[in-house]
Write a protein that binds this ligand. Structure first.
Ligand SMILES: Cc1cc2nc3c(=O)[nH]c(=O)nc-3n(C[C@H](O)[C@H](O)[C@H](O)COP(=O)(O)OP(=O)(O)OC[C@H]3O[C@@H](n4cnc5c(N)ncnc54)[C@H](O)[C@@H]3O)c2cc1C
Length: 248
């Protein structure tokens, strides 16, 4: 039996956009596309594991941080935090959409030598300039706030307790899927098995599914997570993404 919201076969033979992978990135792509007033096309999301047993999204700790070394990453994360905190409003104030918040415990980075302490200071300058609330802490300041740490080998710490911590990622994922479906995106339980290129070789014109169906498309979004390189290879593209095991 298919999980709710999934069809066993696409309703049409052609879509403007086919998204391969229906976890958080694919569902977000579908949600943003279907909400875009400048987009009135059709969207198909193809997901090989519709129970989401094995995707990264089902295993995430759902923590976000603002501590990055480049301004762009800080800005992306600021947008992410804003998106989470305003999800209810962004979903039209629907009473069934929860109001999410971030539990701001912060990530505490610890430097055990001066070289890494200098990296933390450089990152702090980037983050502060972008408006993040990162603080540098001496070992004494860390001990005052977090007396349970052994700090003998620590020379500097860096923490941000604004928009940095845990949020309900499962609820966000659920709402993106519901929202995308409500706005017309179709989700199908199948696997993208091959991509057909246009004669020029410059664009994908159809996706072949493992069930045998052929779906013509205007464009393809590769949201296959750790399998993204496999999908890219179907279009002859060498994508430098490889799966690595991650534990919690
Ligand atoms: C243990 C763990 C903890 C983590 N903690 C955090 C954290 O605290 N904070 C954070 O920001 N990130 C965290 N992450 C990373 C985060 O989970 C991922 O970055 C994110 O979920 C990636 O989403 P995705 O949609 O790109 O990929 P995925 O969730 O892996 O989804 C890809 C989907 O594509 C589907 N797919 C693949 N190939 C095909 C195909 N050919 N046809 C159809 N479907 C296909 C798969 O079935 C899958 O559902 C963690 C990851 C792990 C594993």
């Amino acid at each position: 039996m298919l999980p709710p919201g999934f069809a066993s076969a696409p309703a049409r033979s052609s879509y403007d956009v086919v998204i391969i992978g229906g976890a958080i990135m694919g569902s977000a792509a579908a949600w943003f596309l279907t909400r875009d007033p400048d987009f009135d096309g059709s969207v198909l999301v193809v997901e090989r594991d519709p129970a989401y047993e094995r995707c990264s999204t089902a295993h995430t700790n759902s923590c976000m941080r603002q501590q990055f070394s480049t301004e762009l990453n800080v800005r992306i994360s600021q947008f992410g935090a804003e998106f989470v905190k305003t999800l209810h409003e962004r979903m039209g104030g629907d009473p069934d959409v929860p109001r999410l918040s971030i539990r701001n415990f912060g990530y505490l980075y610890l430097a055990a030598d001066q070289a890494f302490a200098e990296t933390l200071r450089a990152n702090w300058r980037v983050q502060r300039a972008a408006g993040a609330g990162t603080e540098l802490l001496s070992p004494d300041e860390i001990a005052a706030r977090y007396p349970f740490y052994a700090l003998d080998d620590v020379v500097l710490g860096s923490i941000n307790t604004r928009d940095e911590g845990w949020f309900d990622g499962a609820a966000l994922f659920d709402q993106l899927r519901r929202g995308a479906r409500a706005a017309g995106a179709e989700f199908v339980a199948d696997e993208a098995a091959a991509l057909e290129l246009a004669p020029s070789g410059a664009r994908v014109e159809a996706v072949r599914l493992a069930s045998g169906a052929r779906v013509a498309c205007g464009c393809v979004v590769n949201a296959a997570g750790p399998r993204a390189a496999r999908v890219a290879a179907m279009a002859g593209i060498d994508l430098p993404v490889e799966p690595r095991k991650r534990f919690t």
